[in-house]
Design a protein around this ligand. Structure first.
Ligand code: ASP
Length: 442
């Protein structure tokens, strides 16, 4: 079992017959690629619609009691096109389509509807590969609260995989205790892949997508950034929190506890190494930093009061005011007589007056004001701990690019430095940081 690879293919990797062929070549190239987790067909071109979205729209109509024939026909055509272009003989999904159509009419639920995308695609892929088909509904479980239930899943899935040689398993869904279908949140096939990898104690979880790994920073900001060769789960968490969305957030946990590495690979360039995500690595860091991520849409509440530092409970009182309005904070840098609380503007909008009044009532500040249009940038890297001068390189680069740094926060683990800049400086700052740490080192 230890040699098994679990391979998950995303929607773009299974969008049409051409992509299916690439996927089959990849799977069949290695005997260890025993368990395949498949997404629903994704977009074939930019304006195309993912089958999952087609299913949601179709079910929406069904649940309103309207005719959904046109939408359902379009979905059937996507699958029938794949089957005929692949030249699969003696195989049709007609019976399945009929069952699904009936279930739509009888309000089988939105999650059931969406899950059919991966269900049908996995049926086709299993047939094409000559693999077994394992229905996730019978082996992946949620509890009554709708949380993934590992204990129950393990009990059923582990023995099933033990006695299966090769199989395709649909991603994205499982069953509730009452037998109804439930999906993970969008992009959830990544989570299924991770669960399957843990259940068979895989050597590696290969997550196949349409990019050759995770890039050091957003390619829409820096042209052709280098891919990251290896990063740790902890680094990924920091980067994901700041907007990297290569992998579903919950996909990390099942493999992380089992110490199984994830390899992000490109179906369209299988020879590329991709990015490895691991618990620990002795591999020397190529650069001092591993990645740069960031997000706009932040606001800061600035509080000033003489002798703030000697007032016990000051910080708690400020945070209570936010808690009362159900707003969480992102960062809280402070000085001797000043304190700033960074919040997401979206969560804060409409609650400003209530929060500021509450802060005034609780701590009686000398000054209290909001600054908006702030962006946060996280510079992340396990290499920073042992490197001297990281901050110097970072702030020199920003000063040279004439970016004003409004806030600095360094995590205690020395894994990241977070800076706040005006939204208009966001892209300039990221390019300057990339150039200083990556380009110049080449
Ligand atoms: N098909 C689902 C979605 O589009 C799940 C997945 O692809 O992972 O979100």
């Amino acid at each position: 079992m230890g040699e098994t690879k679990v391979v998950k293919f995303g929607g773009s990797s299974l969008a049409d017959a051409k992509q299916f062929k690439k996927v089959a070549d990849i799977i069949l190239a290695e005997d260890s690629r025993r368990f395949v987790v498949a997404s629903a067909p994704g977009k074939r071109y930019v304006e195309d619609i993912k089958v999952t979205d087609m299913l949601y729209a179709c079910y929406e109509k069904a649940s309103e009691g309207l005719s959904f024939e046109e939408e359902f026909t379009a979905i059937k055509e996507r699958y029938n096109g794949i089957i005929s272009d692949l030249g699969i003989k003696d195989f049709t999904l007609d019976d399945e389509f009929e069952i699904i159509e009936g279930a739509f009419t009888h309000m089988a639920g939105r999650d059931y509807a969406a899950s059919r995308g991966e269900y049908l695609n996995s049926k086709v892929l299993a047939k094409y590969l000559g693999f077994d088909f394992i229905d996730a509904a019978k082996y992946i479980f949620f509890d009554d609260a709708g949380k993934f239930d590992w204990d129950k899943t393990k009990e059923k899935l582990v023995p099933k995989l033990d006695k299966t040689n090769k199989a395709v398993i649909p991603g994205f869904y499982g069953s509730m205790p009452n037998g109804t279908i439930k999906t993970f949140s969008r992009g959830g096939s990544d989570v299924t892949g991770s669960i399957v990898a843990r259940a068979c104690n895989a050597k590696i979880y290969e997550n196949w997508t349409d990019v050759s790994g995770i890039f050091i920073c957003d390619p829409r900001i820096v042209v052709n950034p280098e891919p990251i060769s290896t990063l740790t789960y902890a680094e990924l968490r920091e980067l994901a929190y700041m907007g990297f969305n290569v992998l579903h957030e919950d996909a990390v946990f099942p493999v992380r506890v089992a110490g199984i590495p994830i390899n992000i690979k490109n179906t369209n360039c299988p020879q590329d190494r991709g990015t490895f995500i691991v618990s620990e690595t002795a591999e020397p860091c190529e650069h001092i930093i591993t990645g740069i991520a960031g997000k706009k849409g932040m606001s800061v509440i600035n509080i000033e009061k003489d002798k703030m530092n000697s007032e016990v409970g000051f910080g708690r009182n400020v945070l209570r005011a936010l808690e009362k309005s159900n707003v969480s904070f992102e960062h809280m840098p402070s000085g001797v007589d000043t304190m700033s609380v960074v919040v997401q503007t979206d969560n804060f909008t409409g609650k400003e007056t209530a929060i500021l009044d509450e802060i005034r009532g609780r701590v009686h500040p000398d000054q209290l004001y909001i600054e908006s249009n702030l962006a946060l940038i996280a510079v992340v890297g396990r290499g920073m701990k042992s490197a001297r001068g990281t901050a110097a390189i970072l702030f020199t680069a920003l000063a040279d690019a004439r970016v004003n740094v409004k806030m600095i926060d360094q995590g205690s683990s020395e894994l990241n430095i977070i800076i706040g800049v005006a939204e208009e400086d966001f892209e300039i700052a990221i390019r300057a940081i990339y150039d200083a740490f990556i380009k110049i080192k080449k």
